[in-house]
Design a protein around this ligand. Sequence first.
Ligand code: CA
Length: 229
Amino acid sequence: MQRRILIVEDEASIRDMVAFALRKADMLAVPAADAQQALVALADAPPDLILLDWMLPGMSGLELARRLRGQKETAEVPIIMLTARGEEIDRVNGLEAGVDDYVVKPFSTRELIARIKAVLRRSHGDDGSGSIDLGGLRIDSAAHRVFAGDTRIEVGPTEYRLLHFFMSHPERVYSRAQLLDRIWGGSVYVEERTVDVHIRRLRKTLEPFGLADRVQTVRGAGYLFSATA
Ligand code: CA
């Protein structure tokens, strides 16, 4: 199926160049010159991925990313941020806002397309067979089982849901509040500390397999699952 990519970029020359490269890579390019146009395009249909310029007139790319993460329809759509050199300092802000990757300008379209493909692969980690294989761990969603290599790991129900969520969304930081919302559901009142308790249990479960550090703490931001230690 042809992937639909939304490009939010105010510089027409970059927007056109990217759109051209996307079409050449057999992807569908949906251009937007600012956040307002992006929101209109998004209301139409959520894309498979968003390329988002950091510096936009009006609402900034970062503000838009935060807003999209907060909305149910777009919370899961991967975002690649386009930044100018020197804007990298804001990386942590971007990670907090749930950005999946960065590409620094000037970039080659070949590099950009490669990054897009990598993020798309990652965000669709579940290959359809209901199995996710990542960082030495394998989850069989149909059977609700977790394996390290060939060894089955006994995982509690909440830890299983956490791990499944993390492995479906690797290399992306989630705050405690976001995890509460995704794992426990917004309707139930649970303290944020509960998240820490279950993260600890999950790490303890993974520890004998040398995989505890797959679940990483990002200070002041939350947690992320990394395929590499
Ligand atoms: Ca710009």
